[in-house]
Unconditional design. Structure first.
Lengths: 358, 363
């Protein structure tokens, strides 16, 4: 009995190694996902990008993903599992994977890593992110035009620079249309929790907001706004089907082109550790169609988008005035420096709220 | 006609031993069918789940790392449950231990504090976990408050406290506002056992805890007291055992072990304090405690087995592209069969014919 079991195991192992050999000429590319691929937000967009990658380079690469990997002690193991399965280029697609990715990267210097939205890099570890604040600026223009009450509702996830710069860009844009615009902010302290997000949206609308914006990932806020007859912006993905009469536009994460570019570099042997921070011009993200708004507002949005792409409009054009009324030091010449935006932890003037932890 | 469960008058020890094996056998049969329906080769899939992780040193280490907190917490919980004290809040005690131990790590950061740092962290974490567990225990003994509810609710308090600290006072000043402390200094880190691996000293501590619990329950009067109070409260009262005292004691021990597990996880595999340090260890440990039949050796095996399904699930995702949901289904089916088989040790099915039918027969 034991002998036959051993033989079976040996046979299976052999079968495994044969299939591994036939796939050896293909580059293995791995992905670590934060949520389930069906979250319709953040992870879903990464999965769409992976599919685009397979469609483009499927004959040269083999992709694998691990979904629902928590940003805690399990992340390092999940990443290392991908390395040990032979993946040579690994995308870790959430901020919380930063330290685990770095640890594994130091351990396997011959494997290349791409970490989304972090700030630590190494010889074999790149980072990539998008200048979403550009999209937020366009949304701020639309929101100020569409709001009748002059109060915007904003669901924040965590008070990290990416989110804070989004709030600031929104309000700076809105002030160009309506200098007295108000914004109510609720921190959900989560990226994805439809129940909490819905509660936040209800609370914001009860406080008088008639345009709801979110930096969390589920379509819950869109659904609540739709039920209450208000307007809202989607996040990460196209959410129009959750609010056909509600969605003004949505910031769409379009990672596909970047993934294809990086995998091609890996195939050519030209991959280098880099810090990629692309905006609308480099297609790191896109705006969903401008809907549920009159033509003049649509024109404002489209003009702003064109100006940002052309480099004529920068959301953080100096002078930027802080909440305390003092001018923020302008380290980037005409605009705030990238480093100031990447590390932003102050509110601009006109936000009647306190940044958590300040 | 009715099907009812009837308590067996006597239980067979042989069946009690075989029952987990029957459960695993039934799980394998069910999963084989499921894999076949999904169009995956069942043999290869089962190999990825059960055999592949056991065949290389790396995966074995990872299984031990994953099982360490589960086993430590479950041992403490088993003492509570044996004594009929229902501690559901091990997750909170785990977090409080992590927070208390991290306090020393954060405060000594960047100073040339010596080798006392890690031992002090471990002691403080265990103390904090024990004190935190005493809150529901004392509420139970003094006021008769349900310890199930109070211990569970304190989980959220601990969670929010940790959240507050890493977003506020303990936040890494160079961390761009991200909610995490800076990486702990080497003196505040649990040493690794194997160069380049992840196996750490915590796994040895977990083994010592298992041995201590086995001795406590098997060879000491205190252990006997715990078992009698749980199994036969009336007899225990006549025997002069103080049930309330035991609730306090078992809660304190279980809280201490959970707290210790918490700091070991933070100062070990994670390396800094952040939200989400526990993927529900405190709750999964409840399953481990019962899978292991509240027996220390059983818990060790159950903890390792559950860890195996996690690691195997990942390898199946990678090697076979089997979705994570299937791993969860797999864990659920396994638990279902274990509990079902256990019920059949203590109970048996019986067909009952209600009176109505008898009456008709008579008429």
């Amino acid at each position: 009995m034991r002998k036959s079991l051993l033989a079976l195991a040996a046979g299976l192992l052999l079968a495994g190694s044969v299939s591994a050999a036939s796939a050896a000429d293909k580059l293995k590319v791995g992905f670590i996902y934060l949520g389930p691929i069906g979250d319709l937000g953040w992870t879903y967009q990464h999965e769409l990008a992976r599919q685009a990658l397979v469609k483009e380079l499927g004959d040269k690469i083999e992709t694998t993903y691990l979904e629902n990997v928590p940003e805690g002690p399990d992340a390092e193991r999940a990443i290392e599992q991908l390395v040990r399965a032979g993946n040579k280029l690994i995308f870790t697609t959430s901020f919380g994977y930063m330290d685990p990715t770095l640890k594994v990267a130091k351990k396997y210097p011959n494997v290349h890593f791409e970490h989304a939205t972090g700030y630590k890099r190494d010889k074999n570890m790149s980072t990539y992110s998008a200048k979403w604040y550009q999209g937020r600026y366009i949304q701020g223009l639309i929101a100020a035009k569409m709001s009748k009450s002059g109060v915007l509702g904003y669901i924040g996830s965590f008070p990290i620079p990416e989110v804070v710069s989004g709030i600031n860009a929104t309000i700076l844009a809105a002030q160009t249309i309506n200098p007295n615009i108000k914004v109510k902010i609720i921190w959900a302290n989560t990226w994805f929790d439809p129940g909490k997000e819905a509660d936040a949206a209800k609370a914001l609308i009860d406080q008088g907001a008639d345009v709801v914006m979110q930096h969390t990932d589920s379509p819950a806020a869109m659904q609540i706004a739709s039920e209450r007859g208000k307007l809202a912006f989607g996040q990460d993905s196209e959410m129009i089907k959750f609010g056909p009469k509600t969605q003004l536009t949505s910031i769409l994460d379009t990672w596909g082109p970047y993934y294809i570019e990086r995998v091609k570099a890996e195939l050519d042997g030209t991959w280098k550790s880099e810090d990629s921070w692309g905006g609308l011009d480099s297609h790191m993200f896109a705006m969903a169609p401008y809907t549920n708004m009159p033509d003049d507002v649509k024109k404002i949005a489209e003009d702003a988008q064109a100006a940002i792409i052309a480099g004529k409009l920068h959301p953080f054009k100096c002078p930027v005035i802080g909440q305390d009324g003092k001018e923020i030091e302008c380290k980037g010449g005409a605009n705030l420096a990238d480093g100031q935006i990447l590390g932003m932890n102050f509110y601009v003037k006109g936000i009647d709220d306190k940044l958590p932890g300040k | 006609m009715q099907l009812v469960l009837e308590k067996r008058t006597e239980r067979s020890n042989a069946i009690a031993l075989v029952s987990p094996l029957i459960a695993i056998g039934l799980t394998i049969v069910t999963m084989t069918i499921l894999f076949a329906i999904l169009g995956k080769n069942p043999l290869l899939a089962l190999q990825a789940y059960f055999i592949a992780p056991l065949t290389d040193g790396y995966s074995l280490q990872e299984i031990a790392v994953k099982a360490t907190p589960l086993v430590m917490i479950a041992i403490g919980l088993s003492l509570c449950y044996l004594a009929n004290a229902w501690n559901i809040g091990a997750e909170g005690q785990f977090l409080i231990g992590a927070v208390a131990g991290s306090w020393i790590a954060v405060k000594t950061q960047g100073t040339d504090a010596g080798a006392w740092v890690l031992p002090a962290m471990l002691v403080l974490a265990a103390t904090a976990g024990a004190l935190y567990a005493l809150i529901p225990a004392i509420c139970k003994v003094k006021f008769g408050a349900s310890e199930i509810l109070t211990s569970l609710m304190l989980v959220y308090v601990a969670d929010l406290l940790l959240d507050y600290l890493v977003r506020g006072p303990w936040r890494d000043p160079n961390g761009f506002n991200f909610p995490t402390t800076a990486e702990f200094d080497p003196v505040a880190t649990v040493p690794l056992l194997i160069e380049g691996g992840r196996l750490h000293l915590g796994s040895i501590i977990a083994l010592l805890v298992v041995a201590a619990a086995a001795i406590l329950l098997g060879r000491t009067i205190k252990g006997f007291e715990i078992r009698v109070v749980g199994a036969a409260p009336r007899a225990a009262r006549f025997g002069g055992f103080n049930a309330n005292q035991l609730i306090i004691l078992t809660f304190a021990v279980s809280g201490a072990l959970a707290g210790l597990a918490g700091i070991i996880e933070v100062a070990g595999p994670v390396g800094h304090l952040q939200p989400g340090i526990s993927p529900g260890y405190g709750f999964t440990a409840i399953i481990v405690a019962f899978l292991g039949r509240l027996n220390p050796i059983g818990i060790l095996i159950a903890g390792l087995f559950l860890a195996l399904t996690f690691i195997g699930g990942e390898q199946a995702q990678i090697a076979m592209k089997i979705p994570l949901d299937v791993t969860k289904v797999f864990q659920g089916i396994l638990l279902f069969y274990v509990l079902a088989c256990d019920s059949l040790i203590l109970y048996r099915f019986k067909l009952v014919f209600p009176n109505r039918q008898v009456a008709r027969g008579a008429g």
